[in-house]
Ligand binder design. Structure first.
Ligand code: PXP
Length: 241
């Protein structure tokens, strides 16, 4: 059955707005787990705009489920991953000016570079995922890096304003899932997913995890984290294997 992993970056975003101590992403992670999240995700950005190093450390120490660390493929982040030992690292592209991760990682022509980057990660028993667009060439390149997972970028699908454009993006993702599975990759989905647009994946097999942050934290403002996570986890529990 596919599972929900909850991204708590936006709890840290709110805390960093005042550079204070609340809200506490560690508490939010605990509450998300209690409400049915199968894992917690944090993105430690190079500019530390939301999640801080201590958040990663404390969530790893207190996590009852599993911690996924999203990060750029830099030496600094590799050091942190090897020290923290999350369940999984997810490599993402990072630009300082972007509001959020804007596109997938480019794997084409970087297969060996990424393989070398992931080698020490794998030696520690940490699994690896690559956040990529649903482009067949990217998926093929990703399969040559030794990563066990890809996370298909659903942002273009989620952001599409018109139904036709959305369907085009959906079709690309559906084809990408099949190709990735055929190549032996496990598939996660993430970015921009919410309580409505996720429903198009309900009957789609071959998806392991949904990585969701913003929609859950936005709903949590009105109904609380427990209800917001529970609603999403219950929805995903009805999805195809
Ligand atoms: N997956 C990746 C790789 C991301 O960068 C993000 C955003 O931090 C997400 C999933 C979650 O996206 P959202 O917050 O839109 O649910």
């Amino acid at each position: 059955m596919p599972v929900l992993v909850v991204n708590v970056d936006h709890v840290a975003t709110l805390r960093q707005a005042r550079m204070g101590i609340e809200p506490e992403p560690v508490t939010a992670a605990y509450m998300a787990e209690q409400a049915g999240a199968t894992g917690i995700i944090v993105h430690l950005r190079e500019d530390r705009r939301h999640i801080q190093d201590r958040d990663v450390r404390l969530i790893k120490e207190t996590c009852n489920t599993r911690l996924h660390l999203e990060m750029a493929a830099t030496d600094e982040m590799q050091r942190i991953a090897l020290k923290t030992e999350p369940e999984m690292v997810c490599l993402v592209p990072e630009k300082r000016q972007e509001l959020t991760t804007e596109g997938g990682l480019n794997c084409i022509g970087r297969e060996q570079e990424l393989k070398d980057f992931l080698a020490p990660v794998h030696e520690k028993g940490i699994r690896a995922s690559l956040f990529i667009d649903a482009d067949p060439k990217q998926i093929e390149a990703a399969s040559a890096t030794g990563a066990e997972f890809i996370e298909i970028h659903t942002g273009h699908y989620a952001d599409a304003k018109k139904i036709d454009a959305r369907n085009v993006e959906l079709e690309k993702i559906l084809k990408g899932i099949v190709l990735a599975n055929d190549l032996g990759l496990k598939v996660n989905l993430g970015h921009g997913l919410n309580y409505r647009n996720i429903l198009n994946f309900k009957d789609v097999p071959g998806i392991k995890e949904y990585s969701i942050g913003h929609a859950i934290m936005a709903r949590a403002i009105y109904v609380g984290i427990d209800r917001a996570v529970r609603d999403m986890a219950e929805l995903i529990r009805t999805f195809a294997d």
